[in-house]
Design a protein around this ligand. Structure first.
Ligand SMILES: Nc1ncnc2c1ncn2[C@@H]1O[C@H](COP(=O)(O)OP(=O)(O)OP(=O)(O)O)[C@@H](O)[C@H]1O
Length: 444
């Protein structure tokens, strides 16, 4: 892919791809753990973004299993509907359902004739060969596409910022990954990741609410509410369900996750460092005065509202400094063996030779919706500047949240619409001749 980067610019957005002499729009599909994003190559944003979580009512007797995919369906309250996700750690773990989601993302908003459009999909750098082969098989045999390519999401996110060389820090739902890229290729030995992504932050906030006895209500549970003063009990009417009609626990958790994301968006804030957030000292929290920040309010769906001070920093501290993580819940990562973000960056840069390291650290690209929490970029900046002092270290993050959310997709969109990309597509003929193994040779 290295020859492509010379023609690369983030402003470039041709609207069609030339394939087989005709101008046909390629489709770009970026399947994440939180969202599945699909759109036409050359466009600025994916036209179709659906939750990767889906609803399912398992088969009972003669009734077959029912699936509920897409925003409207997955959020509707249905007794017995479980919410599941076909991804784990950023890669597909449920091959029965993932292709159904991909197809739904494409056919709901883009086209019903998949067989006419080349398909570019993104994948994380740790996607194993078996998964890659399965993906190309689905593209050609199930979707019947005329041409296919599998691009590394780290490389795509770099391209979205106009960089073919750099260090991509992607904060997704399932993890944080660090991908060094050089001339549009992933430097494999420098790829690192930790489970301390957006879902971890949600779990930390949930754990904090539990420890402070702050009730977490989801939107669907509230029928109506009246405004109340901060710290006063909610004055709301809650929805009740007849026996057997209640939503499942997984549905409840999925809906609570939306509220936790709102908390991340409006209230949580990363301590800007460098170095860890000072420890809590109880009621007269030294960190609060040290931070000299004003508190920030948050209102739950039932109107219960309060102002959060140092706690809104504390919930995010574990991402950078795992010993600070809250551990009052089952399944939390092990604070003593999980790498914080600074350590991850160090581990990634450890074996990169010195000249290349300078080039790479000159283009640190922060991406992924999980990075949108206040202060995140400032902290990364401070940590990198402290760890790698020098004038050539530069951290960049799109100020525009849409770009940050969709960087992987956008890079794929740019890539697939470059004239020079034409030669990289794997054609149906090549797939038929060489089989699924061709993906290993052609999509590096
Ligand atoms: N404004 C925001 N501030 C902080 N976090 C946010 C914000 N908006 C969304 N998030 C979080 O970002 C995460 C989703 O990020 P993203 O869409 O990049 O993940 P993904 O690519 O689908 O997942 P993965 O990379 O793990 O496969 C969720 O945990 C969500 O709660």
């Amino acid at each position: 892919m290295s020859h492509l980067h010379q023609t690369l610019s983030s402003n470039q957005a041709p609207s069609t791809v030339e394939y087989g002499g005709d101008e046909i729009s390629a489709i770009v599909l970026d399947p994440g753990t939180a969202w599945t994003r699909a759109g036409f190559a050359g466009e600025d944003t994916p036209k179709s973004v659906i939750p990767s979580d889906y609803g399912v009512i398992d088969a009972v007797g003669d009734e077959p299993r029912k699936l509920f995919i897409g925003d409207n369906d997955v959020h509707a309250i249905r007794p017995g509907m479980e919410i599941r996700n076909p991804m784990s750690d950023g890669i597909v773990s449920d091959w029965d359902t993932a292709p159904l989601l991909w197809r739904a993302a494409i056919t709901s908003r883009l086209t019903t004739t998949l067989a006419e459009h080349p398909l570019l999909m993104t994948e994380p750098s740790w996607n194993p060969p078996k998964n890659r082969e399965k993906t190309i098989e689905i593209a050609f045999e199930d979707f019947d596409v005329p041409a296919f390519y599998l691009a590394k999401s780290g490389v795509c996110a770099g391209f979205a910022s106009g960089k073919a060389t750099g260090l991509v820090i992607d904060v997704g739902a399932s993890n944080i990954s660090i991908t060094p890229i050089h001339d549009g290729l992933v430097l494999r030995k420098g790829c690192t990741r930790s489970p301390l992504g957006g879902s971890f932050l949600s779990d930390q906030i949930r754990a904090y609410f539990a420890s402070a006895a702050i009730p977490l209500t989801a939107h669907y549970q509230v029928l109506s509410k009246n405004a109340v003063e901060a710290w006063k009990p909610a004055d709301a009417v809650y929805k009740t369900f007849a026996p057997g009609q209640e939503p499942t626990d997984s549905y409840k958790r999925f809906q609570e996750e939306r509220v936790l994301t709102e908390f991340k968006e409006y209230t949580a804030q990363v301590w800007t460092g460098p170095g860890p957030l000072p420890p809590s000292t109880g009621a007269h929290d030294a960190a609060t005065s040290l931070l000299s920040t004003t508190g920030r309010p948050f209102e739950f769906p039932d109107g219960y509202n309060l102002v959060f001070n140092s706690e809104r920093h504390r919930v995010a501290e574990g991402i950078f400094h795992p010993p600070s993580m809250l551990t009052n819940y089952a399944g939390h990562p092990d604070p003593s063996s999980t790498l914080g973000l600074n350590a991850l960056i160090h581990a990634s840069m450890k074996d990169v030779d010195i000249e290349l390291k300078q080039l790479i650290l000159n283009n640190v690209v922060i991406t992924g919706a999980g990075s949108l929490v206040y202060g995140f970029t400032d902290r990364v900046n401070a940590e990198i500047a402290a760890a790698f002092p020098g004038p050539r270290v530069r951290v960049m993050a799109a100020g525009n949240s849409v770009e940050r959310r969709y960087a992987g997709w956008l890079g794929g969109s740019i890539l697939a619409s470059l004239g020079a990309f034409h030669q990289l597509w794997i054609s149906r003929k090549e797939y038929d001749e060489h089989g699924a193994g061709i993906v290993e040779k052609r999509c590096k």
